[in-house]
Ligand binder design. Structure first.
Ligand SMILES: C[S@@+](CC[C@H](N)C(=O)[O-])C[C@H]1O[C@@H](n2cnc3c(N)ncnc32)[C@H](O)[C@@H]1O
Length: 242
């Protein structure tokens, strides 16, 4: 038991300005996908992504907001002593599994229904934003990154693990060819997204990026990056620029 305080469970589910999707086949597949998600990732988690999550999240501090938490695979890796942990997830089937995992665990967190493109937090109020395997799926990653930058305090950090477009032209071509079917199978995931470039373009400063491989997964989603991006103080930067 890492901390007795964590025995007390606080799981609050709130709704925050999320569009509800049409019911039908897409909802059925969303529920099946949520059901299959943990088994599908099981081998990779044991081979390397579990360890990558643990190493990355040991750097979380203060008020921490996770985007697209899915079924909650990051939950057990958060360090003790965070001021607050808020798990956001727009997809109902995923959120139900997340809330259940939280209920069964000894961790304290709030669950919010929110999308990365519209975060329900005031400017400069968050110390750490966590995005693991999410920027591939959001419809408007540029908007999501603007939101991340808006809510982060000066000096606040985005911690990320994302699968990305391959640097190998041959694999990138396969990612492009299979992007449509993969997107339908994986609930909107884009296997060919150049996420590092998007992070750089939004004005966050990349301070550590490591390339790796998402093991035990199809080759089109294997190229992986883990890293940290800092929200430098814009006022400070303006005064340096003169
Ligand atoms: C591949 S799963 C990753 C789940 C979890 N972060 C993990 O590391 O296992 C992508 C998640 O992003 C969520 N998602 C989809 N669109 C989103 C959006 N616009 N904003 C935030 N999350 C979104 C999905 O519902 C899903 O839970």
């Amino acid at each position: 038991m890492r901390d007795d305080r964590r025995r007390h469970i606080v799981a609050v589910v709130e709704r925050v300005g999320v569009q509800t999707r049409a019911t039908g086949d897409s909802d059925l597949w969303a529920r099946v996908f949520a059901l299959l998600y943990d088994p599908f990732l099981w081998a990779g988690e044991r081979l390397n992504t579990g360890a990558l999550r643990a190493a990355l999240l040991s750097d979380a501090s203060g008020c921490t907001v996770e985007l697209g938490s899915g079924t909650g695979l990051n939950l057990r890796h958060y360090p003790e002593g965070l001021d607050e942990l808020i798990l956001t997830e727009p997809e109902p089937a995923m959120r139900a599994r997340l809330a259940r995992r939280l209920d069964r665990s000894r961790y304290r967190a709030r669950v919010l229904e929110a999308s990365a493109e519209q975060l329900p937090f005031a400017d400069e109020t968050v110390d750490t934003v966590v995005s693991t395997l999410v920027l591939c799926t959001v419809d408007a990653p540029d908007l999501a990154l603007c939101e991340i930058r808006r809510v982060l305090r000066p000096g606040g950090r985005l911690l990320f693990i994302e699968h990305v477009r391959s640097e190998s032209p041959r694999l990138a071509r396969w990612q492009d060819r299979l992007a449509g079917p993969w997107r339908r199978f994986a609930e909107g995931c884009r296997c060919n997204r150049a996420t590092v470039e998007l992070i750089r373009a939004c004005g966050l400063e990349l301070v550590a990026v490591r390339q790796g491989s998402w093991r035990a997964m199809p080759p089109i989603v294997r190229p992986l990056i883990t890293g940290v991006a800092i929200n430098r103080d814009r006022r400070e930067m303006r005064s340096v620029d003169g």
